[in-house]
Design a protein around this ligand. Structure first.
Ligand code: GRF
Length: 225
C-alpha cells in the first residue's frame, strides 16, 4: 500500500519570517507532520525568503511589480499553489490582501495569524507595530494572538484560536509585541496541526459571527500531561 501523501503547506510572508521559522522548526522536529510546499513574499528583501531557501524550500518573490500587474501576480500565485499541490495556505505576516482567485482556489484552506484579540485592533490600518500601539494607547490590560480563517473581509474570518497575554500598566508597545509574538510561535503550529488533522474545522458558510468547531482540539490539549 502506498504511503499517504504528506500534507503540504504554502506560506505567504512579507516581513521577518519568525513565524515561518517557528513552523519550519516544528516540521523538522516532526511535531508538525507536513511539508513546506513553498514560501512566497511580495517583498524581495523579506528575510522569510532567505529562511525558506536556507531550509531547501522553494521561495518566490511575487508582486504586482515583479509580475507586471496585479492580475498577473494573482495568476502566478494560483499557478504556484496548484503546481506545488498546496493543501493549506498559511499567512505568516503577509501584509497584502489575498487576491480573490487565490481565495477561490483555496476556499476554507487559508489561515492567518493576527497579533491582537480580534475583532479588536483588526482591519485595515491595524498591522505590525500599529496593532500594539493601539492596544497600549487604549489602556488594554490584555492582548494576544488570534489565528483565523481568511476570507474576502480583512481580519473577519472565523476565529480558530486565541491566546491571552497580560499587558501590565505602563507597558511599551514593543514589549507587548514581543510577548504576543512569543505566543504566536508557541501556538500557530498547534493550530495548523489540528486544522490539518480535522480537529479544528471551519463551519461551512463562512459567517464571521459563528464559532468554529474546535472541540477535538481542546479535548486533545486536556489529555496532554
Ligand atoms: C506577526 O506578529 C503576525 O501576527 C503578523 O505579522 C507578524 C509577522 O511576524 N500578522 P514574523 O514575520 O513572522 O516575524
Amino acid at each position: 500500500m502506498a504511503a499517504s501523501a504528506a500534507y503540504r503547506i504554502a506560506v505567504f510572508a512579507s516581513g521577518g519570517g519568525s513565524n515561518l521559522q517557528a513552523l519550519m522548526d516544528r516540521m523538522r522536529a516532526g511535531d508538525l507532520p507536513a511539508d513546506l510546499a513553498f514560501v512566497l513574499s511580495n517583498n524581495s528583501n523579506s528575510p522569510a525568503l532567505g529562511k525558506a531557501r536556507a531550509s531547501g524550500a522553494p521561495a518566490y518573490h511575487v508582486s504586482a511589480l515583479s509580475e507586471g500587474g496585479e492580475d498577473r501576480a494573482e495568476a502566478r500565485m494560483v499557478d504556484l499553489l496548484r503546481d506545488h499541490r498546496a493543501d493549506l495556505l498559511v499567512l505568516a505576516g503577509y501584509m497584502k490582501p489575498v487576491p480573490s482567485g487565490v481565495l477561490a482556489l483555496m476556499k476554507n484552506r487559508v489561515v492567518n495569524i493576527h497579533p491582537a484579540l480580534l475583532p479588536a485592533f483588526g482591519g485595515r490600518g491595524f498591522y505590525g507595530h500599529k496593532v500594539h500601539e493601539g492596544v497600549v494607547a487604549r489602556g488594554c490590560q490584555f492582548s494576544g494572538p488570534t489565528t483565523h480563517m481568511v476570507n474576502d473581509r480583512y481580519d473577519e474570518g472565523q476565529i480558530l484560536l486565541q491566546r491571552v497575554v497580560p499587558v501590565p500598566p505602563g507597558s511599551a508597545a514593543d514589549a507587548v509585541g514581543a510577548a504576543v509574538l512569543q505566543q504566536e510561535h508557541a501556538w500557530f503550529w498547534q493550530v495548523i496541526r489540528a486544522f490539518a488533522a480535522g480537529a479544528i474545522k471551519p463551519l461551512p458558510g463562512d459567517e464571521p459571527g459563528r464559532a468554529v468547531d474546535a472541540s477535538a482540539f481542546w479535548a486533545g490539549l486536556a489529555k496532554q500531561p
